[in-house]
Write a protein that binds this ligand. Structure first.
Ligand SMILES: *[C@@H]1O[C@H](CO)[C@@H](O)[C@H](O)[C@H]1NC(C)=O
Ligand SMILES: *[C@@H]1O[C@H](CO)[C@@H](O)[C@H](O)[C@H]1NC(C)=O
Ligand SMILES: *[C@@H]1O[C@H](CO)[C@@H](O)[C@H](O)[C@H]1NC(C)=O
Length: 453
């Protein structure tokens, strides 16, 4: 029985190789336009970032947008000095070779070998995200987060898309996500943390922050990882295994020279902050039908309800008061890591060996500066937003609500912005201490289980 099965498999394998040899040529426009498709050997992208053939541009992921009549949006990174025509190649019922390393969430049927199914090609529309606070699109950097849009009545059945500047070349396809509108979500609150890069090793603050998130009702955290230090690596692996964290590989440094800052004039490089704007938008579409709300903040920030026990209760109230709002702007407040609580209550000897900041020790908050812009971060209903930036959305359907400081604000423990201020010029804010009873044991457990203790 077993032998017969093996013989059959070998037979199928040989037939496949023959077929592949026969059709081993690149996809051409003629092929694409002909009614019967040859089984050329298309590739399915295995990576989060894929070069667009015949250009310096990069494509990231593809999503159907039901709000735009089912248009296909390919989140891309476009070199704005080299804007040549781009084409969408859309295929329905495409089958790609079974590949264990294919994207985990790729919606691929591994029945046949490299059959393209029904395809069509059309001119793409490129929308650069017009972002940059008046520092120029993309904060002045040459590479800009963009939507490459494929709009055609023929789209509705498309399962895969490829973007190219040259139709006469071998193409790499992305599977089209968000095929269906969903009304029920797996998560209520998901935090999107854009890029982790360099040797970032603030392990204690990260583990503490994750445990605070759990206590205020966050069920999922997504992190885009370019690189990190060895202790943060252990914490990441722990939360990923435990199930709360999704780590998306973000090897932007393999394709571009990322900037470590926000301004082209000051920091140079090809793209703003390791492609932060691309990852935020990617996360928004990736979780559009997985999470009711998204919190778009940095790894060292906590969007904290101050008048409600958790995010569920906070949003229940806010959404009832503002039923048409889809974007909630939350003020950022700095807790300098240079000012320590005098009592030493949470200076626990067992945490001393863990690299990073102990956020429970920093209970002093900087006052607002008069005449200064108070930066905000976002809590959004992703289905009401088309394009987002870091501090505000760029295009949205619903209303934008500025959440009052006393209702919800961000606890951001970091280097001071007003370092000249002494303790008595700062406000005491011990909000995090309210979680002590559950928080301390869960932090201990995470540090212990992840192996950093
Ligand atoms: C999300 O919130 C609803 C109530 O609004 C609740 O019934 C449901 O259990 C929550 N889901 C999760 C994953 O916590
Ligand atoms: C993060 O990315 C770096 C560089 O690719 C890799 O070495 C590391 O293992 C990744 N960490 C996790 C937890 O995925
Ligand atoms: C850490 O783990 C060890 C064994 O794995 C256990 O004996 C110890 O009690 C744990 N400590 C804490 C604080 O959870």
């Amino acid at each position: 029985m077993m032998q017969r099965k093996q013989a059959l498999l070998v037979g199928i394998g040989a037939l496949t190789v023959l077929l592949m040899l026969k059709w081993e040529h690149t996809i051409t426009l003629e092929n694409l336009m002909s009614s019967k498709q040859p089984s050329a050997e298309p590739e399915l992208s295995k990576d989060t970032i894929t070069p667009i053939p015949g250009s310096r541009h990069l494509m990231v992921s593809a999503f159907k947008d039901h709000r735009l009549g089912g248009a296909i949006r390919v989140i891309s990174i476009i070199c704005r000095q080299e804007l040549q025509p781009l084409y969408c190649v859309l295929c329905a019922n495409a089958n790609f070779k079974a590949d264990a390393s294919a994207k985990a969430n790729a919606n691929v049927d591994a029945k046949a070998d490299g059959a393209l199914g029904q395809c069509t090609s059309l001119r793409a529309k490129v929308h650069l995200h017009r972002d940059g606070f008046g520092f120029g699109i993309g904060f002045g950097f040459p590479f800009v987060t963009s939507d490459v849009l494929c709009m055609s009545p023929m789209l509705q059945q498309a399962t895969h898309v490829s973007i190219t500047a040259n139709l006469y070349t071998r193409l790499t396809f992305l599977s089209i996500q968000n095929q269906e509108v969903k009304e029920l979500f797996r998560y209520n609150f998901t935090v999107c943390i854009s890029n982790l890069f360099g040797e970032y090793n603030n392990a204690l603050q990260f583990a503490q922050t994750m445990e605070v998130y759990k206590l205020i009702g966050v069920q999922r955290v997504v992190i885009y990882n370019t690189s990190c230090g060895s202790d943060v690596e252990k914490i990441l692996k722990y939360y990923s295994k435990e199930g709360m964290l999704e780590i998306v590989p973000w090897p932007i440094d393999k394709f571009l020279t990322p900037s470590t800052g926000w301004s082209y004039d000051l920091h140079h490089g090809d793209i703003h902050y390791y492609g932060q704007l691309s990852t935020l938008n990617e996360c928004m579409y990736r979780y559009m039908y997985q999470s009711k709300y998204l919190l778009l903040n940095d790894i060292d920030e906590i969007i904290m309800p101050y008048k409600h026990a958790n995010l569920e209760k906070l949003m229940g109230t806010l959404q009832q008061q503002h039923p048409n709002a889809g974007v909630f702007k939350i003020e950022n407040h700095i807790f300098p890591k240079t000012q320590f609580d005098d009592s030493g209550r949470f200076r626990l000897p067992r945490w001393r060996s863990v690299p990073g900041v102990n956020i429970l020790e920093h209970v002093y908050r900087e006052p607002d500066r008069k005449h200064m812009f108070n930066p905000t971060k976002l809590l959004i209903n992703p289905r009401s937003v088309l394009q987002t930036s870091v501090h505000f959305t760029l295009k949205q359907f619903g209303l934008v609500f500025n959440v009052p400081f006393d209702v919800c604000r961000i606890i951001h423990v970091r280097v001071p912005l007003q370092g000249q201020l002494s303790k008595d010029q700062l406000f005491v804010d011990k909000k995090l201490w309210e979680f002590e009873e559950l928080l301390i044991p869960s932090i201990d457990c995470a540090l212990n289980e992840s192996g950093v203790l």
